[in-house]
Design a protein around this ligand. Sequence first.
Ligand code: ADP
Length: 580
Amino acid sequence: MTRAVPLETEARGTGPWAVSPPAGARGADGAAPRRERALLDSIINTFPDPILVTNTEGRLLLANARAESLFAAGEGDSEGRRRAVALNNMLLSAALSQWALGGGPSSARLELPLVDPTDGSDLLFELLGAALDDRREGTRVVSILRNITDLRRATEQVEENYRRLRIAEANVRAERDRLDLVIDSVADPILVTDPAGNLMLMNAPADRLFTATAGEGGEESERAVRANDASFSTFVATVFLGGDENRVRDEFTLSDPRSGRAIPVEAVCGKIVSEHGDVTAVVTILHDRTEAVEKSLLYDQVKRASAELQEKVREATAELVRQNELLRRQHIELEQASLAKSQFLANMSHEFRTPLNAILGYTGMLLQGVSGPLGKRPERNLQRVESNARHLLAVMNDVLDISRIEAGRMPVHPSTFDLGELVGEVMAEVEPLIARTSLEVSSVVPGRMPRLRSDRPKVKQIVLNLLTNALKFTPQGSVRVAAMYAPDRDVLAVEVTDTGIGIDDDDAKRIFDDFQQVDDSATRAVGGVGLGLSISRRLARMLGGEIMLRSRKGKGSSFALRLPRRAARRAGAVPAAKAP
Ligand code: ADP
């Protein structure tokens, strides 16, 4: 273990550097060696690094000026400086011991931390030691201390900068990864170009358009990539050359390198401008317009179709107007014809009825024997004449009624009367008919029934028609006529129910039309031309009422005439029933 030796003991009296000259170099007067020594002293003292010589115990023998400033202190020096010097000596002594233990010159380099006695700052030296063997003086150690404080600071600074650089690099990498993630997650191709037109960055969708994949698609694919590059470069060039606008948009067509499909795109780009106003990059987003183009084509087609449709509708409307006009004219012609027909029928019926009544009158008189008794045969023939004339008269009356109703020439004459009484009257009128049948015919009229305000003759004509039909189409069984009143609806009704041949559903729909009979041949046996029900329904409607039918084939029928207690006076014609 070597011990630090205070400098004042050895080196102080000889000046900053005191070297004992070698024995052989001493001259007689000693002047030459003194000059050499003075030169050596001044050389070593001007050396900026501390140089020291110690013995093997670590005792300091010699020191140059710089070493002295670190390791020597005088009486007049401050307490702080003396303490710094003592600390430096301790540190030097420890370093030299370490140097000696480590094998001396072979482990020449040692770091020696010291304190600057002037300002107390930390200093770092590198200790370079060398052993000096002298036969007379023994072994000494020469140490040169090289100030590496700044070097260490610089090294630390470099290390710190390097560390910061690594962190900054890591941040940039993370930032870049995040940016890649963001732009890759965008479905539209995104490209970043530098001012020289080189691609700096692109996302996966852009990569598919601007990078040819080896082996995939072959030459076609490469050609498509080249064409895409050319189109894109032209666009970017116009952006860089273009004016001051920061956002530029354009449309052009690219092609898919895999499928060769043409892709119409809309390119929108933004310039990235440095703080000095220079454009440093251009970011471009390509938006696939295929769908928009298809939609616009579809829209055009729809527009064309709509225009065609409108034209057709216009034509159809014009045609409709034309047809309507035609129909209107036809309607007028028909109305005129119908009026003429009704007029003709009315005139004809009238013309027929006069001679018919004369025939009936004279026939009646002959049958009553006004011209003397008739033989059996002439009497039977006259009865046939009378029967046919009556039938003809009935038909003429029906035709006349229809004509008058259609021509609106059958006015309603309302009066207030007792419906039960009317039923009694009708029953009495058909008595001869009933007498010719074996039917059980009855009528039911409730005791208290409100009086009916309606057109009495017309109501009677309807009830008469329903009852004669029931008698005609009921071979056996019964016929029942019932008058009734429904106070809830304020409606009076006459219902004629029979146990006759009945009517099926299909026939029930048409028997109210003009000249419609279920079975012409059967009906012929009982008379009638199929106008009774048609006239009855029209009359019922004129009076604000209706005729309802419930019937089943072979199970009898039930016709009901329903009338409001007070018939509204109705003007005009009742629509014609369907012609046969
Ligand atoms: P017509 O009695 O002169 O033939 P209608 O118009 O009065 O004419 O009757 C039309 C047809 O309706 C009749 O021909 C007959 O076939 C059917 N019909 C009417 N009333 C009855 C009834 N009570 N039972 C069965 N059939 C009937």
